[in-house]
Design a protein around this ligand. Structure first.
Ligand SMILES: Nc1nc2c(c(=O)[nH]1)N[C@H]1C(S)=C(S)[C@@H](COP(=O)(O)OP(=O)(O)OC[C@H]3O[C@@H](n4cnc5c(=O)[nH]c(N)nc54)[C@H](O)[C@@H]3O)O[C@H]1N2
Ligand SMILES: Nc1nc2c(c(=O)[nH]1)N[C@H]1C(S)=C(S)[C@@H](COP(=O)(O)OP(=O)(O)OC[C@H]3O[C@@H](n4cnc5c(=O)[nH]c(N)nc54)[C@H](O)[C@@H]3O)O[C@H]1N2
Ligand code: SF4
Ligand SMILES: [Mo]
Length: 715
């Protein structure tokens, strides 16, 4: 039996895995886990199926004459050595782009050693799944609080009033809010006599559990939130409490909010002015309240302004950094805002993309322009791509154009565990060990946990595969001129010595360890709880570090040392938002996404237990729209957008707002040349053939994946 932290989503559940030899017999929720107390979802329960999936890659693949062949690790690295350094030599570092996908955030080796490789590679063309996800929140937090990683999370277990916008945590299990068993925690709010309000164009499972649901028009959250801010000022309900001396810019916010009256936003948002006033009053009057916005508020045209306004509301109601409000977690390891020296104040746009001149945010550039960077000739043109646990051919906008662009590359490497929609285009595929074959610690996610915890998982099973951190160091050796056989141990010692130096520690303190264990041990030692890895090894079900703590002003790393409530790099986008005020809905249909409990973006559809049953890749249409458009439940429809068209089955349902249709992402497993038998038998259609790569949040470059104009007709 092994106590394992599930690395599949942000909830970090503790699981109990039992084995028969090296076969996984059963996966259950670990009742003794200090954070998840036995909670498990269908994905966690299929960790065994994932480990034993015959299609999961267990050897590197190299494409020879258009066909993938299994090769030894030495041959795979020799191939990369033969092709990558000459390309960099001839065309420069920026000719190699990176695309780093979501599972990297759940993978200790890739997190800690990926950055070593990316830095050695030295390219400015770093693309990630962040610009189809949460980058607006980094942007707003960076300018508000000084660090893009200082993101307040709702103090779920103590709050009395929770306003959720654009999130469906009952299905997603929470995001930028690490909270195993969200359902139990939300019910706890109601048991304590509190209230949950959901703002979402769909009546989701979370909306059904909530006390109140408002079916907003997609893309208009910033208007709603601004109107709530307006009401707070208008009715003299702004009370910063102990934050007063720590906040700059309140008057500027009052002025900016003046034109966003509830009456002015009611038309565009579809929410009545009186309702908006009541939402603001109830938020202000609650003893402890938190506003929480997630991907429905970030992957839209005003993602950054909406993300900013979420925390403006938290601040103006005195709920920021107060128990039961929105608080800053204090993670045990690796949290930049709790380290010494403090990070430099946040800044974006230190460089810009070549073709469109879009600014970097946190060292990343918008994935919406990756195709153009590949297809547009000239100095700095991208000619090679390395994907690290990413599937951009299903996950990013105008996937057809991107796929065409990837086919033009001179060289492509995928670090991936499947031969799928994206990795099939690579020249070399380097697989990593399964979740049960690698150690785990959630360096990234504990920074957003609703309770401070630390939980270490050693590898449960042995493996012949190199760990991905070793692969990262071999790649580092190749791009730094040390060749394919560089001394990995020496490189690792060097990385550890650097990490120790930055943390002001003697590297010898962790000398008996290597790899991620050594780095994590150093990070824990340098962290705020004076822990070591040995302490965590002695506590297989985790260490509880208590409820969230007040951190203002210590957490603030702005130049002023204060919360900058009206930062210019954000407020400069307010005039664009104000232009939405005059616009009346023009009757066009808009497309949004959705998630399912048994999905994990694009990549777990090869597991029978997660795809059996009805086809989930349908377009949901409101009955009124269906009647008007001649669509019938179970019939086929063609959905068109500027970018492309797909055919999907129709699901007529009143859970969706009239004028809005919804299709889940992560489907479309129909390209040739993949090795995913189960997914190929349940292909669905790729909704990112419809999303438009030219549509982005103006500030952060995050793609608009919600609120895409579409036309729909019977097939
Ligand atoms: N229309 C629309 N599009 C969306 C979204 C949406 O809501 N609507 N959501 C967006 C969001 S939030 C995200 S995060 C992105 C996700 O976008 P991506 O990160 O690009 O895609 P994933 O589906 O997470 O694919 C992960 C890849 O990693 C591989 N993998 C899994 N485990 C490992 C491992 O341990 N090691 C390695 N090396 N590889 C591994 C899988 O095989 C798969 O190829 O999708 C985005 N796309
Ligand atoms: N089961 C499962 N869990 C997952 C994932 C998965 O694919 N499947 N993916 C993981 C990842 S990578 C992430 S980032 C998280 C995301 O976690 P969440 O943000 O909770 O994700 P969603 O369930 O897509 O919820 C977004 C909600 O926003 C709504 N929405 C769409 N447009 C708008 C809008 O304009 N305004 C408002 N207010 N709402 C809108 C949608 O209807 C949807 O209900 O989930 C993670 N967890
Ligand atoms: S909720 Fe997330 S962490 Fe928990 S078992 Fe499911 S996939 Fe794993
Ligand atoms: Mo995501």
């Amino acid at each position: 039996m092994a106590a394992v932290t599930c690395p599949l989503c942000e909830a970090t559940c503790g699981l109990d895995v039992t084995f028969e030899g090296t076969r996984v017999k059963k996966v259950r929720g670990d009742n003794a886990d200090v954070f998840s107390s036995g909670y498990i979802c269908p994905k966690g329960a299929s960790l065994g199926a994932l480990h034993h999936d015959p299609d999961r890659l267990r050897a590197p693949l190299v494409k020879r004459d258009g066909e993938f062949v299994e090769v030894s690790w030495d041959e795979a690295f020799a191939e990369i050595h033969r092709r990558l350094p000459p390309l960099i030599e001839a065309h420069g570092k920026d000719a190699v782009a990176l695309y780093v996908g979501n599972p990297s955030a759940h993978n200790l080796g890739n997190l800690l050693y990926g950055r070593v490789f990316y830095k050695a590679l030295g390219t400015r063309n770093i693309f990630t799944a962040g610009t189809v996800d949460q980058v607006p929140k980094h942007f707003s937090s960076g300018y508000l609080f000084g660090s893009g990683l200082s993101i307040p999370v709702p103090d779920l277990d103590r709050t009395g009033h929770l306003l959720i916008l654009g999130a469906n945590p009952l299905v997603s299990n929470g995001s930028l809010m690490t909270a195993p068993d969200v359902r139990g925690r939300l019910k706890g709010i109601q048991r304590r006599g509190g209230k949950i309000v959901v703002v979402d164009p769909r009546r989701t499972r979370t909306a059904e559990l909530a006390d109140e649901h408002h079916a907003i028009r997609p893309g208009t959250d910033a208007l709603l939130l601004f109107a709530m801010v307006h009401v707070l000022f208008d009715e003299d309900r702004v009370h910063l409490g102990r934050l007063t001396e720590h906040v700059n810019g309140v008057e500027e916010v009052r002025e900016l909010a003046s034109q966003f009256t509830p009456e002015a936003v009611a038309g565009p948002t579809g929410i009545a002015a009186e309702e908006i006033r009541r939402l603001a009053r109830e938020l202000a009057e609650a003893d402890h309240a938190a506003v929480y916005g997630r991907i429905g508020t970030t992957t839209q045209a005003f993602g950054t302004v909406a993300s900013w306004l979420v925390d403006v509301l938290n601040t103006l109601t005195g709920n920021l950094d107060r128990p039961g409000g929105a608080m800053f977690p204090l993670a045990a390891a690796g949290q930049p805002n709790s380290s010494t020296p403090k990070p430099k104040p946040f800044r974006t746009g230190r460089w810009k993309t070549r073709v469109h001149g879009l600014p970097e945010v946190l060292g990343e550039v918008p994935v919406g322009v990756l195709a153009d960077e590949i297809l547009t000739p000239g100095e700095g043109q991208v000619r090679a791509l390395i994907t690290v646990s990413g599937n951009p051919c299903l996950s990013t906008p105008n996937a057809e154009r991107l796929t065409g662009a990837l086919e033009q590359l001179d060289f492509m490497v995928s670090l991936d565990v499947y031969l799928n929609e994206t990795s099939r285009l690579a020249d070399v595929i380097l697989p990593g060990p399964s979740a049960l074959e690698r150690p785990h610690y959630d360096v990234a996610l504990y920074q957003y946990a609703v309770r401070d915890v630390a939980n270490w998982t050693p590898a449960a099973l042995p493996t012949d595969l190199p760990q991905e951190w070793e692969t990262m160091l071999r790649l580092t050796g190749i791009v730094t001129g040390q060749g394919p056989d560089a001394d990995i141990a020496a490189l690792d010692d060097f990385v550890a010595a650097e990490a120790a130096r930055r943390a002001g520690l003697d590297p010898a303190v962790a000398a008996r360890r290597t790899g991620p264990e050594r780095l994590l041990d150093l990070m824990l030692r340098a962290g705020p709880y004076d822990l070591t890895l040995a302490d965590l090894e002695a506590a297989p079900h985790g260490v509880d570090l208590g409820p969230l703590k007040q951190r203002v002003p210590e957490v603030l790393t702005t130049a002023s040392g204060k919360i900058e409530l009206a930062p210019e790099p954000i407020t400069e986008d307010v005039p664009r938002l104000a232009r939405e005020l005059g616009k009346e809905p023009n009757g066009e249909l808009v497309l949004i996404g959705r998630r399912h409990l048994s999905s994990n973006n694009s990549w777990m559809h090869n597991l029978e237990p997660l795809v059996r049953g009805q086809n989930r890749c349908t377009v949901q249409v409101h009955p009124d729209d269906a009647t008007r458009l001649g669509l019938t439940d179970g019939g086929q429809a063609v959905v068109h957008s500027r970018a492309g068209k797909i055919e999907v089955p129709v699901e007529v349902t009143d859970v969706i707002r009239p004028g809005v249709v919804s299709i889940p992402h992560g489907w479309g497993h129909d390209p040739a040349g993949m090795r995913t038998a189960v997914a190929t038998a349940h292909p669905g259609a790729n909704t990112n053939l419809l999303s438009d790569e030219t549509q982005m949040d103006a500030l952060s470059g995050t793609s608009v994946l919600n609120g895409i104009p579409v036309e729909i007709a019977p097939a």
